[in-house]
Structures are given as C-alpha cells and as structure tokens.
Design a protein. Structure first.
Lengths: 112, 117
C-alpha cells in the first residue's frame, strides 16, 4: 500500500520564488527521505531526516518533519529553472522489518 | 563513471515475448533493488537482493525472475510479457540492506522504458 502522499501533485512557480511540497504518511517511521526525478532519469537522493529530527537544511533545501501530524515538508528557496522535476518523499517504517515506500510525487515546474 | 547502469534504456516488444533487463552498480554496495514506475509515476518495489540473496519479493507475478550472479549485478527476466507490464523499470542500490539500516540513500539507474505492443 502507498505510504507517502505528496501534496500538491503539481506546482508551477516563477524562477526566484520558493516552492513548498508536503508529504503525509500513515505509519510510524524511522526516517523520511526526499528524492528528485528529472524527466527521463532515475531518482536522485536529496536529503534524509530521521524521526527524532524536526528540521534539516542542505543548500537551498529545507526539510521539516512533524511526527505528531505524520507529515513532512520540502522547501526549495530561490528556485531555478533547473529545479524543474518531480519530487518524491520516501518513508522507512519503524519496528520489525524496515521497508522504504515511495509516494506519488509532486511535479514542480519553475518558469524562467 | 555511471554508478548504477541499466541496459537497455528502451525496450519495445510484442506481447508474449520473453525479455531481460540488466543492471550493474560500481558503488560497492551490498543491496540492489528493482522498482516498477507506472504511468502515474507511482514507484513500487518489486525485489531486493542483499549479497546475492533475495530479501524482498513484493507479490510480483512469477513471470518476473530476478537473478543476481554477484552483488554488483541484478538482472530481471520477464516471461510471457503482458500489456500491463508496460512501465519504466528502475534498478537501485544501497550500501546495506534497508531492513537492517534504513538510514541510507538509494542510488538509482536511469530506468528501462518497456513498451508492450
């Protein structure tokens, strides 16, 4: 079954604006990861946030995690045309057998 | 150097045929995966191997048979192809089995686009 669900499913912004994508999940997790997929390419790992962390930064990326609400957000600041891609969250469930499950993604278009 | 490479990149074939997709990683990782991405971009795990041993088999039809000759290679053979098999198939790898340590990223190949006529 699908674990992470990204919101919105599609987002179009102007270059220079910030882009925020959200991910909700259902079960307890060990960590949550964000990946980027450019058209016609494989997924590229962006950032991992553990269940005991609330916020993490990497360059222009900021990820937050709220385990009480079972949700995460990915913020891309000062977006560039090259940020145009699909963004996926992936959750690793906690306890017992750990499995990573991907959401359906948010398609981001940054207009130059 | 390509970290995870899959061949072929495109595969167009008739229903009922048998085909194989190859995957190789040069990252020295112990674990490899096969995923299927459908037309709605939903990415679903199919198989996972750790050090040549099958770890995950996500109720995939037995027409799909993975083979891992060594930990750097995980090939996927598909028998009697059906229309519903049309998708993009991704190979990925990670340092260790995520059932033991999920705090690590997966590295993906660029996919094999399979089209069944």
């Amino acid at each position: 079954s699908q674990q992470g669900e990204e919101d919105p499913q599609a987002l179009s912004i102007q270059e220079g604006e910030n882009a925020t994508m959200n991910c909700s999940y259902k079960t307890s997790i060990n960590n949550l990861q964000w990946y980027r997929q450019n058209s016609g390419r494989g997924l590229v790992h962006l950032i991992l946030i553990r269940s005991n962390e609330r916020e993490k930064h990497s360059g222009r990326l900021r990820v937050t995690l709220d385990t009480s609400k079972k949700s995460s957000s990915l913020l891309i600041t000062a977006s560039r045309a090259a940020d145009t891609a699909s963004y996926f969250c992936a959750t690793a469930n906690s306890g017992g057998y750990q499995k990573v499950t991907f959401g359906i993604g948010t398609k981001l278009q940054v207009i130059p | 150097d390509t970290a995870v490479s899959q061949t072929p990149k495109y595969l167009v074939t008739q229903m009922g045929n048998d085909k194989s997709i190859k995957c190789e990683q040069n990252l020295g990782h112990d674990t490899m995966y096969w995923y299927k991405q459908d037309s709605k971009k939903f990415l679903k795990i199919m198989f996972s191997y750790n050090n040549k041993e099958l770890i995950i088999n996500e109720t995939v039809p037995n027409r799909f048979s993975p083979k891992s000759p060594d930990k750097a290679h995980l090939n996927l053979h598909i028998n009697s192809l059906e229309l519903g098999d049309s998708a993009v198939y991704f190979c990925a790898s990670s340092q260790d089995w995520q059932g033991r340590n999920s705090n690590q990223p997966q590295h993906f190949g660029d996919g094999t686009r399979l089209s069944i006529l």
